[in-house]
Design a protein around this ligand. Structure first.
Ligand SMILES: *[C@@H]1O[C@H](CO)[C@@H](O)[C@H](O)[C@H]1NC(C)=O
Ligand SMILES: *[C@@H]1O[C@H](CO)[C@@H](O)[C@H](O)[C@H]1NC(C)=O
Length: 278
């Protein structure tokens, strides 16, 4: 019995790791992407970002390779998804630790992920204390050098309140442009994702959580592997951090984001704790 449980957990673990290191994930259900033949470039369904269009977006690299997106909170802190920067203990998925900081770097100020903008190291990885795979999937990366802000590198303000239901948000990232496809070398964005009400979100994901924001979309849009940790913005403020997509990407199921207004206080408290700013 225990061996079976361990085996199942191992399978899940392999899925999670392969997602994190961006190895093509053969264990995921294959869903035919009917929109794959459309000639448009995408995040899924996206457009190519211009240099400086998303100055708050960073690439979070693990072992020097793009792993996840992130958003600039301040000169010293990046917001990303917790699952991007943890490693799990074998056979107990409830136990995890953050990755060694020296594995993690951040590339800011470049829309082409093969081109280094400002590459900063990470001196501390702070996982939200309530993190689990279904909730509080948010982390702060403390940089080992302060970012100098330029036209290409700027912070984004945190939403103080939840966005209205039905609002169009903008998402961006270097993730796959279709299920099983390659990462995008250029930053992509998509404006056709809309906020769902909490009730519709709970129905879609199967449980209720005040900390999760669902962004609904039509088929052929949304986030894919490599976009996690990246920003969703509405009215110029950060409303969400990409956490997961249901099943394959590019389906008409909503994507799950961490709701920034719920975690705003934690983000501010942690990121200002050692600087004397309140
Ligand atoms: C990204 O930059 C690399 C290195 O300069 C270049 O070879 C590549 O063509 C660029 N990619 C795109 C899609 O422009
Ligand atoms: C910051 O981290 C990077 C990458 O790990 C490292 O190469 C660099 O030497 C570090 N810089 C400082 C000032 O610690």
């Amino acid at each position: 019995m225990e061996q079976l449980a361990c085996f199942v957990k191992l399978l899940i673990l392999i899925c999670l790791i392969s997602e994190a290191v961006q190895v093509d994930n053969v264990l995921k259900p294959v869903v035919v992407d009917s929109s794959a033949s459309l000639p448009r470039p995408r995040i899924v369904g996206g457009l190519i970002a211009a240099s400086g269009q998303f100055p708050y977006q960073v690439s979070v690299r693990v072992g020097g390779r793009h792993s996840c997106g992130g958003a600039i909170l301040s000169q010293d802190y990046i917001i990303t998804a917790a699952h991007c920067v943890i490693r799990l203990s074998w056979c107990n998925l409830k136990k995890f630790s953050s990755l060694p900081t020296y594995f993690v770097t951040v590339n800011a100020g470049s829309v082409n992920s093969s081109v280094d903008g400002v590459v900063a190291g990470v001196s501390e990885i702070i996982i939200h204390p309530d993190f689990s795979y279904t909730d509080s999937d948010i982390a702060l990366l403390k940089l080992n050098v302060s970012l100098q802000f330029t036209d290409l590198i700027k912070p984004i303000a945190l939403a103080g309140v939840s966005p209205p239901t039905g609002a169009y948000a903008t998402i961006s990232g270097w993730g796959r442009t279709r299920e099983g496809g390659p990462l995008s070398e250029l930053l992509m964005y998509n404006r056709y994702v809309r906020t769902l009400s909490n009730d519709d979100c709970a129905r879609a994901i199967g449980y209720k959580s005040a900390g999760i924001l669902c962004l609904a979309k039509s088929r052929g849009n949304g986030i894919c592997g490599g976009d996690q940790g990246g920003p969703a913005v509405y009215n110029g403020v950060l409303i969400g951090i990409a956490s997961y997509h249901k099943l394959a990407c590019g389906t008409d199921e909503p994507d799950g984001y961490i709701r920034i207004s719920t975690y705003r206080k934690w983000l501010i408290d942690v990121s200002t704790a050692d600087s004397g700013v309140v």
